[in-house]
Design a protein around this ligand. Structure first.
Ligand SMILES: CC(C)(COP(=O)(O)OP(=O)(O)OC[C@H]1O[C@@H](n2cnc3c(N)ncnc32)[C@H](O)[C@@H]1OP(=O)(O)O)[C@@H](O)C(=O)NCCC(=O)NCCS
Length: 156
């Protein structure tokens, strides 16, 4: 990790038993206007789907956030969750989360995600990993707009 002290980032794959922990993270995210949170029912369903994977993220064994993706089909996956608790931000954890998800998705030709057009922290992170902005979507979550970003691997 990009850290002066030797903080250690780790992860576990979350299951249904982690639902309450994940909802506590969502509760903090709900204070952040550019972030769309899962409801309890949505998260329960998401965790039970075989095509989705959710990682709990830790910094020095403390819960620091989560990230998740879903395989839409053989070639396409969508990153749907990326949430680092405020006190653990800017320590490289978002970068760590993207690295572990992209490693799991290395066989995937296309990866997409959406983010709020003013969510500069997330946009910087995604652009750093080679995502490109493809589309503006009005009214994506109710009245909220979103940018769709794609990472497309070209065959050599
Ligand atoms: C977007 C988000 C996931 C980024 O997470 P993060 O853990 O802060 O990400 P990183 O630390 O890897 O990178 C963020 C910045 O910190 C910098 N950074 C990384 N390690 C650092 C360190 N040790 N010291 C100082 N800065 C550091 C990175 O360089 C990066 O800055 P840059 O993009 O200008 O280069 C986080 O802000 C978040 O959860 N936001 C709220 C939820 C949200 O909006 N999610 C995305 C929805 S689409």
């Amino acid at each position: 990790m990009k850290n002066q002290n030797s903080s250690k980032a780790t992860n576990t794959i979350a299951g249904i038993n982690d639902l309450e922990t994940l909802l506590r993270i969502e509760e903090e995210m709900a204070r952040y206007p550019l972030y769309h949170t899962f409801t309890k029912g949505e998260f329960r369903k998401y965790l039970s789907e075989s095509k989705s994977t959710t990682f709990l993220l830790y910094l020095d064994n403390k819960i620091a956030g989560y990230c998740s993706f879903k395989r839409k089909n053989k070639d396409l996956a969508e990153i749907e969750g990326m949430a680092i608790l405020e006190k653990f931000r800017h320590k490289g954890l978002g970068t760590y989360a993207m690295t572990i998800m992209l490693e799991k998705l290395k066989d995937c030709k296309e990866i997409m995600l959406v983010t709020h057009p003013e969510n500069n922290n997330s946009l910087r992170l995604y652009l750093k990993f080679g995502f490109v902005i493809k589309e503006w979507k009005d009214n994506y979550f109710g009245k909220e707009p979103r940018l769709a970003l794609w990472k497309i691997k070209r065959s050599k």
